[in-house]
Structures are given as structure tokens and as C-alpha cells.
Design a protein around this ligand. Structure first.
Ligand code: NAD
Length: 351
């Protein structure tokens, strides 16, 4: 049987654990998986582009489990009441191919993206970082703000969005975190002024320059999550040239990340090597670092594995007949034969 984690089940699990503990647990799992990077069979995601967005499939496996995520990115969706990013995915046994878990991954992606951002910032930002400027206050923003506050100790966040109602929504949600000072500002430049960390999480299917060199200060860490598709960027190319740039999986980021603006010969650094302590991240207090995040399949593998562990621990989620239960594994036809209804009913009764 396969376990189904739908939105209600995910919410129930997050409530039981508490969102910040849930994020902390997922970061631990992800860190452990990044450290064993070489054990995974990796590839860049397969993208299907259209005029308004992209739909992507993200597979990955190690010797034990295979995971994939289906995810889209359609920045104009919010105008018709649908999220920009929606996702679901699965976890299967490598030995048999049997799918163990099918899960909602829209909320989970927002959580895993914030956790990945924190894991990168822990390695790359100045350890005394206390303030963050955030540009873009959409669906990802609360998760980013809460993760940076709860897991990394950010105390003040200055937020900007071209949509005032998005800023108000974020401010309202963050009222539950009284030790995090939230300040709304009138421009991206005001949000970034004096910030230790800058998070860009805007959505626009265009060559945008949300962050320009004049907004970047010595020692800043830039957590750029919205430039994640060909022709969809956030950073001015000179911001990248000023900084030491880190990526998840270079073959994918070269096509999708802000570094698509740079020639292939321009050297970038692997985040996993820093996490695995094979290389140093930040080299000085003054250095500018960029995490050019696009979202990589390993992060979803970690999120799905963590979720599956909690599902088993709490006995949550519905078990479903995703795969026919066969008495004779060579007899699939029995399910569509004349007495099929009875056969299926008996199987369900047995389960
Ligand atoms: P969203 O549509 O809910 O929110 C985006 C916000 O950006 C909106 O409120 C919009 O008004 C604002 N915005 C657009 N242009 C702006 C500008 N020039 N200045 C200031 N604000 C601006 O989208 P979301 O779900 O929050 O996702 C944000 C981005 O993160 C998207 O581009 C998405 O593709 C990306 N994303 C990346 C990852 C990753 O792993 N790197 C994961 C999930 C989402």
C-alpha cells in the first residue's frame, strides 16, 4: 500500500511538530543528504516551457530510494487566483520500484526552499548576521522569514513588494513572531540598505534586475531564489561578478539560475562541498556571497524522506491502493475481468 499525504495531512503533521521544529528537522535531514552528495544519481530537471510558465519533473535516487517532484512556475497565476508554484511528488523503493509515498509538495516546497536557503546562509553568511532585506512578499516569503528568524537568528527584516497587499499579508502573518521586527519599506533599495542578508523572492517571467550593484554592500550574503528559469532573473550581472557565487547543481543552474547571464567559463562554487566541509564558503568578513538558488531534486528527496519518517512515526496519512494488490503478480487482468468488481471489493476488504 502507498501512503498519501494530502494538504490536510501535511498541515496536521506540521501542527503536531510545530513549524520551526519541522523546519529544523528537515534541515538536519537535508544537511545529512548533501554530505553524501556523491551517493546520488543526479540530473538536471526536465522542463517544459510555455509562454506563461514552465512545468518541470525532478528525479533523483540513491541506492535505497527514488524520488521525483512535479512542479510548475507560472508568475501570472496569482492574477487568476492560482499559486505561482504548485507541486506534488513521490518516494519509491529502488529495489522493487514500489511507490511508498505520494505527497502534496506545494507547501512542502515552500518549507524545503526556506530550509535550503538557511542551510546555505549558515555556511555562507557572516555568522553575526541579524538583519535581512526581503524583496518579494508572495507565497514563499513567510517561510523564508520564519526559517531565517527561527533557525538563523535574524532579528529584523525589512520587506518590499510592488504589491502593498502582499507586504500587509506578510506583516500580519509574522505578528506571531514578536521577537522578529518587521518593517515595511517603499523600495528594494530601502530593504537592502545595511542588511546582512538579502533575500530576493520575486516572480516575473522576465530578465529582471531586482538587485543592482549600488544596492550591494560589503559582507552581504544574497539569497536569490526567484531567478530560476531560462529568461527569468533577479540579479544584475555585475552583482554576480562582485561576489563568490554558490550553486546547487551546476548543470541545472547554468541554464536556470541568475548565472545564465554569465559565460560558461565563469567559475562558480558547489554548495554541497561547503556543507561537506571539503571547501570553505565565505573567505572574509568583507566578501559578498550569492546563493543562486533554483531548487534541486535532492532537496525534495530530503523533504519527502523526512515527511515519510514523520508519517510513520505519527501513523498519519491515508493508505491507498495506488498499485493493484495481486494474488498472482502475473495476473493483472483479473482486475478488469467480468467479476472485477467483486475482486476489487474483496481486495479492499482484505486491506
Ligand atoms: P508569488 O507569485 O506568490 O510572489 C512573488 C511576489 O513577487 C509577488 O508578491 C509580486 O508582487 C512580487 N514582485 C514581482 N516583481 C517584483 C519586483 N520587481 N519588486 C518587488 N516585488 C516584486 O511567488 P512565490 O511562490 O512567492 O515565489 C517567488 C519566486 O521564488 C518565484 O520566482 C518562484 O519561481 C521562486 N521559487 C524558487 C524556489 C527555489 O528553490 N529556488 C522554490 C520555490 C519558488
Amino acid at each position: 500500500m502507498t501512503v498519501l499525504v494530502d494538504v490536510a495531512t501535511l498541515c496536521s503533521i506540521v501542527k503536531r511538530v510545530g513549524i520551526t521544529h519541522f523546519m529544523a528537522g528537515m534541515e538536519k535531514t537535508m544537511r545529512r543528504d548533501f554530505k553524501r552528495w556523491r551517493e546520488f544519481d543526479k540530473c538536471a530537471r526536465v522542463a517544459s516551457h510555455s509562454k506563461l510558465g514552465v512545468i518541470e519533473l525532478m528525479p533523483i535516487s540513491d541506492s535505497c530510494r527514488y524520488a521525483f517532484k512535479y512542479v510548475n512556475g507560472h508568475p501570472a497565476n496569482t492574477k487568476i487566483g492560482v499559486p505561482t508554484v504548485m507541486a506534488f511528488g513521490a518516494l519509491a523503493q529502488v529495489d522493487t520500484g514500489y511507490p511508498e509515498l505520494v505527497a502534496e509538495l506545494t507547501l512542502t516546497t515552500a518549507i524545503r526552499t526556506s530550509v535550503t536557503s538557511v542551510m546555505a546562509a549558515r555556511a555562507l553568511a557572516r555568522p553575526d548576521s541579524k538583519t535581512m532585506g526581503m524583496i518579494g512578499c508572495g507565497a514563499q516569503s513567510e517561510f523564508q522569514a520564519i526559517a531565517f528568524h527561527a533557525l538563523l537568528g535574524i532579528k529584523q527584516i525589512r520587506i518590499f513588494d510592488i504589491d502593498k497587499s502582499a507586504m500587509d499579508k506578510l506583516s500580519q502573518h509574522l505578528k506571531g513572531y514578536p521577537e522578529l521586527e518587521v518593517i515595511q519599506v517603499d523600495s528594494a533599495a530601502q530593504a537592502t540598505k545595511g542588511a546582512d542578508i538579502v533575500t530576493t523572492c520575486t516572480a516575473d517571467k522576465t530578465w529582471a534586475t531586482i538587485l543592482t550593484p549600488d544596492m550591494v554592500e560589503e559582507g552581504m550574503h544574497i539569497n536569490a531564489i526567484g531567478g530560476d528559469c531560462p529568461g527569468k532573473t533577479e540579479l544584475h550581472v555585475d552583482v554576480l561578478k562582485q561576489a563568490k557565487v554558490f550553486v546547487e547543481y551546476e548543470p541545472q543552474t547554468r541554464v536556470e539560475g541568475d548565472i545564465q547571464q554569465l559565460p560558461l567559463s565563469y567559475s562558480v562554487n558547489d554548495l554541497w562541498r561547503v556543507i561537506a566541509e571539503k571547501e570553505v564558503g565565505r573567505e572574509s568578513k568583507q566578501q559578498i556571497t550569492v546563493f543562486d538558488s533554483v531548487g534541486f531534486a535532492l532537496e525534495d528527496y530530503s523533504a519527502l524522506s523526512y515527511l515519510y519518517k514523520l508519517v510513520q512515526e505519527f501513523n498519519e496519512g491515508e493508505t491507498i491502493d495506488l498499485i493493484p494488490q495481486l494474488d498472482n503478480p502475473k495476473d493483472l487482468f483479473v482486475f478488469v475481468s467480468d467479476d472485477a468488481d467483486e475482486q476489487i471489493a474483496n481486495k479492499h476488504k482484505a486491506a
